[in-house]
Design a protein around this ligand. Structure first.
Ligand SMILES: Cc1cc2nc3c(=O)[nH]c(=O)nc-3n(C[C@H](O)[C@H](O)[C@H](O)COP(=O)(O)OP(=O)(O)OC[C@H]3O[C@@H](n4cnc5c(N)ncnc54)[C@H](O)[C@@H]3O)c2cc1C
Length: 277
């Protein structure tokens, strides 16, 4: 299907893009276009204006800023997968995102803005506990990873805001991500997946996130509480879906997805603890 007619502007700067969003309510930002264009073709989105930020200089770098890693809005999933600066959970999630063509075009920031619960890198981002920087004509704000996702395909970004940077804390320790892809392997959207960060090999101080099973990639607070009180990863993983409404979809029943979430929480924790030691 073809999208409805729309205007297209390639912005030359973040300021120009922000002004275009301000002046054109309902306009959509485009980074890699890997999710926006299919949504427009399916007519799930019909913006009158597409603001392409893909040619804005200076947004495609990964920088070590001492206490955090700064990832520009145009950094592709492939760059994330290959960078030595990126923690293992996020590298793995990026490496397991689609095929080479997808990873070469799709941006990590675009995946966060798109807020698909079945996406891989957003789950790793929630476990690593970073922030995003959102800019509009009035200035900028930082949003914490676990406040970035509001509902199905809905992030905390306002319609006039551009996500310009993702910040990942340099917390040390170890991290890991694991999932079941829709076609049984790794390189596809996740049916269910989990990411874990641990401060050390005991795993007591940790952040764990579950993706694919509810409406948003969510922190598994029950698991974190159990690990803090000394439970084994296997016992803690029993609480993987506490506080999450698990939804049945084309890829699995509630029961199956809840089971997968436990399996991947345990595996992610065990691997993160091994990576920390
Ligand atoms: C064939 C295929 C297979 C895929 N497989 C996987 C997979 O296995 N795992 C997985 O996790 N993902 C997968 N994806 C999704 C892919 O990772 C996302 O399409 C991508 O990350 C979105 O990034 P993008 O730069 O293309 O965003 P776009 O398509 O440009 O934008 C997506 C949405 O985010 C908004 N947006 C984008 N950038 C910004 C910004 N900087 N500020 C504000 N809003 C913004 C847009 O307005 C739009 O609503 C797949 C996609 C395709 C097409």
């Amino acid at each position: 299907m073809y999208p409805r007619e729309f205007e297209y502007v390639a912005a030359g700067s973040v300021e120009e893009a922000a002004q275009l969003l301000e002046d054109n309510p309902g306009a959509k930002v485009m980074s890699g276009g890997m999710s926006l264009i299919p949504m427009m073709k399916l007519r799930l989105l019909s913006p009158e204006l597409v603001v392409d930020i893909g040619r804005i200089p200076g947004l495609n770098t990964i920088e070590d800023r001492g206490d955090h890693i700064a990832i520009g809005a145009l950094v592709r999933q492939r760059q994330i997968a290959e960078s030595p600066l990126i923690p293992m959970a996020l590298k793995t999630a990026a490496a397991q995102t689609g095929d080479a063509q997808v990873r070469n075009t799709a941006t990590f920031a675009g995946a966060i803005a798109h807020a698909d619960v079945a996406a891989d890198t957003p789950t790793a981002f929630v476990a690593l506990g970073g922030t995003i920087v959102a800019k509009c004509v009035d200035g900028e704000r930082e949003i914490a990873a676990d406040a970035c996702f509001v509902d199905t395909l809905t992030s905390a970004l306002e319609a006039n805001e551009i996500l310009t940077e993702v910040r990942i804390p340099k917390s040390g320790g170890g991290s890991a991500y694991d999932k079941l892809g829709r076609r049984g392997g790794h390189t596809d959207y996740s049916v269910a997946g989990a990411a874990a960060w641990v401060a050390d090999s005991s795993g007591r101080e940790c952040r764990v996130a579950v993706g694919g099973v509810g409406t948003i990639p969510a922190l598994a607070s029950g698991v974190m509480e159990a690990m803090a009180s000394g439970a084994s990863p296997e016992d803690a993983a029993e609480r993987a879906c506490e506080g999450i409404t698990v939804l049945e979809d084309l890829y699995g029943s509630e029961e199956y997805k809840s089971h997968l979430a436990k399996v991947f929480v345990r595996r992610a924790l065990e691997q993160a603890m091994a990576n920390a030691s």
